[in-house]
Design a protein around this ligand. Structure first.
Ligand code: SAM
Length: 278
């Protein structure tokens, strides 16, 4: 069941920040940009800790994923994520690639847009000014269009460390854990973080990929000051982000591969990928 609510904003102990993407704005998420263009095509993806769904929507809209599920512990954020999906749909050109009847890669006329320069792509996907939605409301989403944006994007409110969702049963090709390990670690201690990694392993197909952006250890000290519980939990933590690769290895993942480091200031973090081998 959801555990975080709107009033938790005074103290976002899960990292459940509202307006997160005004502090970390992007047109294309730089972490996703580290992954090859074809990485998500046709894949089932789980985005754990999706916040307001910006990354989830980008994968569904631009990366050709068959299905993307964003989960977050905070129901207010999940409602914002559904709204984001609607907004992104409302802004895109009627001729852009992922309209409901089309598959990825899109047919020739649309492929011109997908292959075009970023600025052409931006024009296609910001075709309607944001003021249109403000004035007239969002565009309706067509009934049909399984596997293409926006039908390929859904959101669920869940504490994913503790509770399963029905979509987990089919297993995923890719699980994303962007900027979430610290919050899971501080709230659930070492055992909870191990449980999270175990669940990721369980829910991935063999050959599937875990994409992890761990927050560095030095960022824990500010976060734990948010509450007495986090402060107390932090005292007992033995694991450090440098240990994550070893834990994942024991579960059956490959050695981590560091794709790069992105972000500025306090958001400067590595992005690593782990392949489920067994
Ligand atoms: C710092 S934000 C990162 C958002 C997004 N992943 C990104 O990097 O752009 C962390 C998110 O994880 C969510 N979260 C924390 N613990 C969670 C849990 N146990 N289950 C699901 N979501 C969780 C928070 O509510 C928050 O929205």
């Amino acid at each position: 069941m959801p555990v975080a609510h709107a009033d938790s904003q005074a103290n976002p102990i899960y990292g459940n920040y509202y307006g997160y993407y005004s502090k970390r704005p992007f047109i294309r998420d730089p972490r996703l940009a580290l992954l090859p263009t074809e990485f998500f095509v046709g894949k089932r993806v789980l985005d754990v800790g999706c916040n307001e769904g910006w990354v989830t929507c980008e994968i569904g809209q631009f990366r050709g994923a068959h299905q993307v599920i964003g989960v977050d512990i905070d129901d207010t954020l999940i409602r914002a994520a559904w709204k984001r999906r609607r907004t992104v749909w409302s802004l895109q050109s009627p001729e852009s690639g992922n309209t409901c009847e089309e598959s990825f890669p899109p047919p020739k006329r649309q492929r011109l847009l997908s292959d075009a320069s970023t600025s052409d792509n931006e024009r296609a996907h910001n075709y309607f000014p944001a003021s249109c939605e403000h004035s007239y409301g969002p565009l309706p989403i067509p009934d049909r269009g399984y596997g293409t944006f926006p039908h390929n994007v859904t959101f669920r409110t869940v504490d994913w460390v503790k509770d399963k969702i029905s979509e987990d049963h089919n297993q995923y090709d890719i699980v994303l854990g962007f900027s979430i390990s610290k919050w899971i670690h501080l709230n659930n201690k070492d055992e909870g973080l191990r449980e999270f990694f175990y669940r990721v392993h369980q829910c991935l197909k063999v050959g599937g990929v875990f994409v992890l952006e761990p927050q560095p250890w030095d960022t824990y000290s500010k976060a734990r000051r948010m509450s007495e519980t986090l402060k107390e939990n932090a005292k007992h933590l033995q694991l450090r982000p440098d240990d994550f690769g070893e834990i994942l290895g024991k579960l059956g993942f490959s050695h981590g591969q560091r794709l790069g480091v992105t972000g500025k200031g306090g958001f400067r973090r590595p992005v690593d990928i782990y392949l489920k081998q067994r």
